[in-house]
Design a protein. Structure first.
Length: 354
């Protein structure tokens, strides 16, 4: 039997259950009893089970917010637009897992089950449930998609959900980052901005004849910013988890991880800040009221590791949603389709006879 048919049968077998990979292990999608089969997701990312049609899945109104919600995720994380939370505003603690934990394939993502931890933010205390991955990133980093995104899912006893989003990029090393910084100095960002602010200055002047001190300061600035966000080394936690990704290649499969040291990620996250907004789950049922904390820090993985993960996950990113508070893009699109149909129905004016 082909893997494709096997997967369809597996999906069909679990079609009566609501499923939500982003919320697996929360009240929205409770985890199966230990030893019971893992619930494989019924939605997908392409065609009629893809995000354009999530609202029609599950045969009812469970997923209606996917098409009508006005505070949907993911979105573009534009610098300076969002409320910034620093380590002083957030208390994050995650238990190490010396005995390892479950690493499983939910059909739409691969997920690591938590062994405890908490997030305190905005006067609420959330319990750490699981972390999973999207490929490519769902949120955009100033308009740019990153290789992957990790979602760390938390829930309060009152069933409020918070998700910490972390971009995961390819580890090109410190040397490569320094090379990139040096290359960019040929046209420093400061010079580009100057041209924009002074439209009457001669084109290219700032770029071709910058002052020596501005060059130097641009080099220092670029190197500093590169080193602040690029450790040049891949995440030991992610490399450890993904060393077993081939063992969970099939939907529904599960494996026990090696010991996991979570403090590495916690320390990395708390060394930066978080861009916060109120959004939704990025998977059905697209529930809103989710507190998002998107980290300004990036984790890194080796290119070979990324390729192994990609061969298992494939593609699982929902498209960027409208600005929070604005109409759902599917509603906007539906109106456009109606208008286009009406316009097409109007008989064309016959060409004037001369
Ligand atoms: Zn997710």
């Amino acid at each position: 039997m082909s893997t494709f048919i096997a997967r369809i049968l597996m999906i069909a077998a679990s079609v009566t259950h609501a499923s939500a990979s982003c919320a697996y292990g929360t009240h929205l999608s409770p985890r199966a009893e230990e030893g019971a089969p893992i619930e494989v997701n019924t939605f997908g990312y392409t065609g009629v089970i893809g995000p354009l049609n999530w609202a029609a899945l599950d045969g009812g109104s469970a997923n209606v917010l996917c098409a009508t919600g006005k505070n949907q995720s993911p979105i573009d994380m534009v610098d300076g637009v969002f409320k910034t939370l620093t380590a002083a505003d957030v208390k994050l603690q995650i238990n190490d897992m010396p005995e390892g934990t479950e690493f499983e394939n939910l059909g739409t993502t691969v997920e690591v089950v938590s062994k405890g931890g908490s997030l305190e933010v905005g006067g609420k205390t959330y319990e750490f449930k699981q972390f999973h991955f999207h490929l490519p990133s769902e949120h955009l980093d100033n308009g740019t998609s990153i290789a992957m995104e990790m979602h760390m899912v938390f829930q309060t006893p009152e069933e409020d959900i918070a998700v910490v989003g972390v971009f995961v990029d390819l580890d090109t090393g410190v040397a490569a980052a320094a090379d990139a910084a040096t290359a960019q100095v040929i046209t420093p960002p400061a010079a580009k901005r100057d041209l924009g602010r002074h439209p009457h200055s001669r084109r290219g002047e700032a770029a071709s004849a910058p002052r020596a001190d501005s060059h130097l300061s641009a080099i220092v600035q670029l190197l500093t910013s590169s080193l602040a966000t690029t450790t040049g080394t891949s995440s030991a936690l992610l490399e450890t988890v993904f060393s077993q990704v081939a063992e969970v290649a099939s939907p529904g499969s599960v494996v026990k991880t090696q010991p996991l040291v979570m403090s590495e990620v916690v320390n990395t996250l708390l060394a930066g800040s978080f861009q916060s907004y109120s959004g939704s789950l990025t998977t059905p049922p697209c529930s809103e009221g989710v507190t998002w904390l998107v980290s300004t820090q990036k984790l890194k993985i080796q290119t070979a590791t990324f390729e192994k993960v990609r061969s298992v996950i494939g593609f699982n990113a929902r498209y960027p949603q409208n600005t929070p508070g604005f109409n759902n893009l599917l509603s906007v699109g539906a109106q456009s389709a109606v208008a286009a149909k009406a316009a097409a129905a109007v008989p064309a004016v016959p060409a004037a006879k001369i």
